[in-house]
Design a protein around this ligand. Structure first.
Ligand code: IDP
Length: 141
């Protein structure tokens, strides 16, 4: 497996539940390193740009409204097979379908408020990381 980086967002619902640390622990226990991290409030334009691929979907406005409803915690995770590993930790998009013990099964309430985002492939990971972080803000170690 290759050393990879992936973008993770702890969404407003999970930040509001005060579980940033519990989610960080899951990353670390799975062997992923947090190599960049920030707490921020997204603007509407930032959220629309990030989810541009979903612009034509019926849930787009609700998704953007939700993503700007409170602060988010954004990380770059690094490790062997980090992209798939994080997707496994997250669980299915709809928490009703998420496997027991996954972040979404444990912390998410609905498909709208589903606790976390994680890049789904190498190309999207590279684009999403560059969307939120300058190279100087990422610290491998
Ligand atoms: P993912 O976050 O598991 O990668 P995507 O299909 O990329 O899932 O969708 C992005 C986000 O859009 C989801 O996390 C979820 O919050 C929202 N979403 C996706 N499908 C639906 C839907 O059918 N109804 C409402 N929200 C949805």
């Amino acid at each position: 497996m290759a050393l990879e980086r992936t973008l993770s967002i702890i969404k407003p619902d999970a930040v509001a539940k005060n579980v940033i640390g519990q989610i960080y622990s899951r990353f670390e226990q799975a062997g992923l390193k947090i190599v960049a991290s920030k707490l921020t409030q997204l603007s509407r334009a930032e959220a629309e740009g990030f989810y541009a691929v979903h612009a034509e979907r019926p849930f787009f406005k609700a998704l953007v409204d939700f993503m700007i409803s409170g602060p988010v915690a954004i990380q770059v995770l690094e490790g062997e097979g980090a992209i798939l590993k994080n997707r496994e930790l997250m669980g299915a998009t709809n928490p009703k379908d998420a496997a027991a013990g996954t972040i979404r099964a444990d912390f998410a309430d609905s498909i709208d408020a589903n606790a976390v985002h994680g890049s789904d492939a190498a190309e999207t990971a590279a684009n999403e990381i560059a969307y939120f972080f300058a190279g100087t803000e990422i610290h491998s170690r």
